[in-house]
Design a protein around this ligand. Sequence first.
Ligand SMILES: NC(=O)c1ccc[n+]([C@@H]2O[C@H](COP(=O)([O-])OP(=O)(O)OC[C@H]3O[C@@H](n4cnc5c(N)ncnc54)[C@H](O)[C@@H]3O)[C@@H](O)[C@H]2O)c1
Length: 349
Amino acid sequence: MKKILVTGSAGFIGANLVMRLLKEGFQGSPCRIVGLDNLNSYYDVSLKEYRLSVILSESEESKSEYRFVKGSIADRELVSGLFEEEKFDIVVNLAAQAGVRYSIENPDVYIESNIIGFYNILEACRHNPVEHLVYASSSSVYGGNKKVPFAVEDRVDNPVSLYAATKKSNELFAHCYSKLYDIPSTGLRFFTVYGPAGRPDMAYFGFTNKLLAGKTIQIYNYGNCRRDFTYVDDIVEGIVRVMAGAPARKKGEDGLPIPPYAVYNIGGGQPENLLDFVNILQEELLRAGVLPQDYDFDAHKELVPMQPGDVPTTYADSTALERDFGFTPKITLREGLRKFAQWYKEYYG
Ligand SMILES: NC(=O)c1ccc[n+]([C@@H]2O[C@H](COP(=O)([O-])OP(=O)(O)OC[C@H]3O[C@@H](n4cnc5c(N)ncnc54)[C@H](O)[C@@H]3O)[C@@H](O)[C@H]2O)c1
């Protein structure tokens, strides 16, 4: 039975990954899943507790084993003890302090979770060898790059937020550990992930809350921004495929390991205009009954200029993922936002 650690397992993507593993096992076989999360209060903790409760009831039906540990990846002793005890085969590090704006006010927590925490995971993988370390990077590493679509070969040396700098650092640290200790690692650059029980700090969720509260939403660059949105099930499908395909361990001519290291984009690859995105969201919120049929959207929308540091278009070149894993995100914005709206109606009533 493969032993899999998922950090950030009460988080949006982590919880969806754990659910998928509980439902389907790993490569068709039952597995042992250990979830680790510190349940921090960056956003509503009850949403994290809700995700954990859904996981717990799924685990009762599952052939796979499940254990949850509450704690921080920045806690060196906890992490190394857990690795020694469990002897993981695969580690998926999704725990991180996310958010770009929050990093202006709260830089410390980014260093603690994304740098020290990730370093602890690497050290634990070094001392307790794993088959594969998969970790979350982010599209934010592309900074203010103008060339689209963003490809993994593009230069990513100009981060414009501390969050982005920590994610790029993770890729550098992983490269170094892959080289020095022959640890197969894969970094995944996610592009705006959305879906049911998603993150309340993200635009689609925030817009919904605001519209419901009768507030006005602001649409930057008069809606002329294009963004790649990726439905969470597509992200999970990508992670699961990548987990099973660790970069091969090989020796170079000098007899030393060639780092078994890879980085991929996972993004929809079909950038959507912000205004179209908001229109679909509106329609789906009406359809699900989150907002009344006579809701006056025009009265709650404000088109505003671009914000400093914003880029007009960002989207992923996911051809490397398609080439190596035969997968490209498929779920349309309409389908995805429909599921979000239905969940929102059920959850908030
Ligand atoms: N959602 C997106 O659009 C997106 C885009 C790019 C990258 N990512 C990355 O994907 C990963 C998952 O993102 P998400 O959207 O699920 O975010 P999330 O905030 O919902 O999940 C992260 C989870 O990690 C936990 N956590 C934070 N610091 C921790 C620590 N020190 N120790 C243990 N647990 C800790 C949090 O409590 C949270 O439950 C993150 O690394 C994030 O940076 C997400």
